[in-house]
Write a protein that binds this ligand. Sequence first.
Ligand code: PGA
Length: 253
Amino acid sequence: MRPLLIAGNWKMNKLQGEARTFMESFLPLVQHINRVVMVICPPFTCLADIRQVLGQSSVFLGGQNLFWEPKGAYTGEISGQMLRDAGCRYVIVGHSERRQILGENNYAVRKKVQAALEAGLVPILCVGETLQERENSRAMEVVREQLNQGLNGSSPGPGGLVVAYEPVWAIGTGVNASSHDAQEMIAFIRQTLTESYDSDFADQVPILYGGSVKEENIAMFLAEPDIDGALVGGASLEADSFAAMIGLGEHVE
Ligand code: PGA
């Protein structure tokens, strides 16, 4: 059975003190959780603070991005090894904000996926179409391309890869995909993975939905057979509601 994974992507939010305050409220609320794999992806500047308060808790840390080289003259970049050193187990790769605002293309995403794997991190590879691509009936073609190019040549081991389907039009807009559409695309993603790898591998990759997931709608996504969790932006910034979302995940059949 695939694990259920709920990851919070804080994006460029929270100062160190705010991150600590969050964790101090959040950790007691999730200490009974044992089915859901919990991941927090804070800004780099908060990683050390959070790691300190994590102690023995089962919450994992993730980076929001990495560069593909292990070290060197790359001003402003951060390597997979540095993220590992800071306590990360996961790293988000190819988030649509990086693709759209910072011009990250499938080639860069592929190099980053490989660098993450080489550093021993689990990449959370984000894929998803724009509204225009969906309206032009190109959603599946675009997602397949992002997936195939992003993973081309990489061979993650068991448990070594997470994919997040995040339609661009649903991110931060309050307009979520329907659980039916998300299920359809995620089943397609799993099918596409069987073409590059094999069905045993594809069957064990957790595939998340992301885009305006909140306490009111998370259960409907998690009830779908192929949706193995959520990548949560805005609603992961409040300890109470993020913990409540995880609590709902804990009880999904
Ligand atoms: P959102 O962001 O939940 O605020 O829509 C999701 C994401 O960007 O991962």
